[in-house]
Unconditional design. Sequence first.
Length: 741
Amino acid sequence: MPSFLYPPLVWGLLLAGLPVLIHLINMMRHRRVRWAAMEFLLVSQKKNRTWVLLKQLLLLLLRAAAIATLVLAVAQPLVRNELGILFGGSRTHHVVLLDDSFSMSDRWAGTSAMDEAKSVVQRIGAMAQERIEPQRFTLLRFSQAGRVGRDTQPDMLEETVDSEFTDLLAAKLHAIAASQSAAGPGEAIHSIDQLLGESDDENRIVYLISDFRARQWDQADDLRNQLAALAAKGVALHLVNCVDRAQPNLALTNLAAASGTRAAGVPLVMEVTVENFGDAPARDVPVILEEDGHARPAVKFESLPPRRAVTERFLVRFPTAGQHQIIARLDSDVVAADNYRFGIVDFPVDVPVLIVDGSLEAQDARFLSAALAPGAPAQTGISPRIETPRYLSLNPLDAYQVIYLANVDRLDESAVEALEQYVKAGGGLAVFLGPRCRATIVNEQLYRDGKGLLPMPLSAPAELLVDRVEKTPDLDVTDHPMFRVFAGQRNTFLSMVNVSRYFAVPDDWRPAPGSTARVIARLRNGAPLAVEQAFGEGRVIAVTTTAAPVWNNWATNNPSFVVAIQEMQAYLARRPAATKTHLVGEPLGLQLPPGKYEPKVRFTTPEDDGLGSPSVDAVPSPDGSLVASLAQTDTSGVYRAQLTATDGTSEVRQYAVNVDPLEGDLAAISGEQLASRLEGVPYDYRQAAAFGDEGPQQAGYNLGTALLYVLVGMLLVEQILAWSCTYHPPNRAKTAGGGAA
């Protein structure tokens, strides 16, 4: 027995009796009137009565059948037998795109978005198995589509649906869980054509099963274009939403070292950030911390406003040099993957800095050196080296985290070029001016009309007259990291700094539009005292007075000088590459200097902990170095690369891999919002719980289209038969014309 896609419409078959009813009504309206001429016609009609009645009966039945066929075409009957194959279509290919990003681990009431999604996939497989026409099935997870460094790997590719298919599908789904990736639908949709090609010989149905988070669908122009292109090829689109509401969620979004000197035995400030993705505030949230596997006091967030991120600081101190692990963890909530954050901080034995002094006495250099490395008990880990300007031309500078120029009158062209390359690569440069400096030479070598290292041009040394009336402090600082520690009540030491002489800048000088130069401290008269700018990947700070107490008294028994120089050092110091965090799914790239290491690198991932660790062969890069890359970074945690030097010694490097914290934003869009973003794209949208409620209606062959063709044929036959059943008098004009001829 057939079923119907719209069963209530079957009651419309009663309309098939309308032609009979109309015929009977017309017969009731007739009256018998005897007429002599008609008697003659009746006698003639008796000879053809049987044939006329037969044609009229056929016409009546044909009209009733046309109405019944129209009703059935609208109700769309589904036939489940071999005869249905002849009318219902050819092979059908079910393509399931399954969202397995970590937001799909969203849990509620004993289930999760991923559980709901797998249930939908199982129902699709069961309905496909019930159909008699040939069926194929492809299952592709978001995380397996378009991965960097790896090919797309579907769980099922054009699998034939047979009697054992649902068992095979259940086994596949049992092994699938929400990943830790933040993969979106774009790459999965794009992969369909690459994997399957054209669909001329099959009916293709694409099921996009996801949680439809606002982050991916608010700006959905690209997705709309991709789905529209599929629909234009005749692909049927089914969008299935696995969540019905957004839940509050907290996520660790950052764990990194703040600006500061990193050296063994020196305290370092770390920052941890928690973001509240919910619409209600959260209070008294603890973040549990570990250092190299050992628990340490937790950091407590007293209040997390809705839709806001809050950062707290804590101190770490490692007595030994090398790489150290720091792990932060939140208490369990609806999504677990973003409750962890991993960090690797590399602590060298000391931090080398270079101080270049232009005078033979090196007075400025000595005061800077004393501020950077005061000695016990204030251990800073900084190791200053004092040299003459000639050193810049003859030696590599990459080993130094910061370079200081103090009272330098002139540099060789090669020294200027070396400094520029050093700062462009991420180095920090501090320039202190002094009596040996000449404005014309400094402008020519270091400012270079705004293209050089110096952030501002110089005019000439100037005197800062003593203010004997208002007693205004000589220094006016901004909220810059170099001076932030002096904010508020801690600003008293700066008020005791007296500046007598400084290098002035031209009166009409202002930072050009788009320039990174900005004044971070001024003198009492408004003249710039300290100006900074970005240069390439590095930073430059220029101070218009001396470091030694020659043009000022700052370095004379004033603790603020040591603090300011330490903060300057922390701000200018380059961030070690080892502290860079990597995202799940991104390949880990390891660059090795040529000739120092063997080409084979063994990686240890968080899952295997040394068992079955993948080995990677490093390949040459264009610059002559070796590059080893690990593509399998599917889990957050600490990854290790074991290197073997050419002398046989081993070395281990560690890398922190974290989830994309934005995936923890569980804000979702409704069906109405989705419709506005996909305007013009034909698709069917269902909630996961309601998907498949139609049951057997998809397990058959839809004869609706075939019946429409039959209806067209019936209407043509009806017109011909109706014409033959009516009287058509001869064309008298034609007859007369023929007689005349």
